[in-house]
Design a protein around this ligand. Structure first.
Ligand SMILES: [Zn+2]
Length: 338
């Protein structure tokens, strides 16, 4: 089996790898009709999070179950399933509270940029679709595995409610789907922050009503101006930089919530500023598993189409070009066909 392996900064190659096998009785092996590259893969790719050994890449997946371990009871061979980047038992106290990414038995799923994948804790992790999906739904179902589930969590953590004015920091795939999530949750006005025209266009198609092209404090000033000087009712932070985090907090009105899902890199918060902001913060690695049943239903009934963030589709053979295109911001998100 061939799969994407990162060797060092900007050096990703398709290599022959051992096909995954059942190693625990709770595992499943799935065959992947499509996989993709995550914005967070770029932290490794760019050497910001250095890899110290050749690392199989990819953590977003959906596909057909080929084999299950003898302790797997609910997931069956032949089902089409979706799971999250953290495997979870879905039974421990943290899972029961809806935070499956803090599962007491959580296991990172890696190596999904390949034709096949081993998923631990299959019964707790995987959710099956009602039937085998038509091919045109596969990109949107794949998006639920991380990017859409993460965006949905950002909106949920920001407590988006019908009628609200919502601001979204970040025009990557998560930010764009944050716009879609806020729209789906009934936001009336959605302010997307983006300086890239194709992304602004997609944001508007997903439901953005206003675009702010300014960054930092000038971007904050513009959002204040758009909200009668008060700030947004809910803010989604979908980047993970100091600038985006401060932009999010400072764009929020007193009493608003900020949902932050960008993996923080060098973010530090000032206690005094936080104290006087009157802003609620909630975020972290999205508990995608909690949202999968609802999101699968929304995709299955064609109420949402998060797969539209894939603006580049390549055969898995061309994975290196897929990373380059995202690194150079030529592509929002790359879908790979094994
Ligand atoms: Zn758990």
């Amino acid at each position: 089996m061939r799969g994407a392996v990162l060797y060092g900064p900007r050096d990703v190659r398709l290599k022959e790898r051992q096909a995954p096998k059942i190693t625990e009785p709770t595992d499943a092996i799935i065959r992947l009709p499509a996989t993709c590259i995550c914005g967070s893969d770029l932290w490794d790719y760019r050497g910001i999070d250095p890899v110290d050994q050749p690392t199989p890449m990819g953590h977003e997946y959906c596909g057909i179950v080929e084999e299950v371990g003898h302790a797997v009871t609910t997931i069956k061979r032949g089902q089409f399933v979706i799971g999250s980047f953290f495997a979870s038992d879905n039974t421990c106290p943290n899972c029961q509270a809806g935070y499956q990414t803090s599962c007491l038995r959580r296991k990172l799923v890696g190596g999904a940029q390949a034709g096949r994948l081993r998923v631990p804790l299959a019964d707790g992790t995987l959710v099956a679709t009602p039937d085998l999906p038509p091919d045109d739904l596969i990109p949107s179902l794949l998006a639920l595995s991380d990017v859409m589930g993460t965006a949905w969590f950002a909106a949920e953590a920001a407590n988006v409610k019908p009628g609200m004015t919502v601001a979204v920091a970040g025009d990557g795939a998560v930010g764009l789907l944050g716009v879609l999530s806020a729209r789906q949750m009934g936001a009336e006005r959605i302010i997307a922050m983006s300086r890239h025209e194709p992304r602004q266009k997609l944001a508007c198609e997903f439901g953005a009503t206003d675009i702010v092209t300014l960054r930092g404090d000038r971007g904050v000033a513009r959002i204040k101006k758009l909200t009668n000087g008060i700030g947004a009712d809910a803010v989604l932070e979908c980047v993970g930089t100091q600038e985006a985090m401060m932009q999010a907090i400072r764009s929020a009105r007193p009493g608003a919530s900020v949902g932050f899902v960008g993996v923080p890199h060098g973010v530090e918060l000032d206690g005094q500023e936080l104290f006087f902001s009157h802003v609620r913060l909630h975020g972290g690695p999205a508990p995608v598993r909690r949202f999968l049943p609802e999101l699968i239903d929304l995709v299955w009934t064609r109420k949402i189409d998060p797969g539209r963030v894939f603006d580049l589709t390549l055969p898995l053979d061309e994975v290196a070009e897929g990373y380059r295109a995202m690194d150079e911001r030529r592509a929002i998100k790359t879908l790979l066909r094994p």
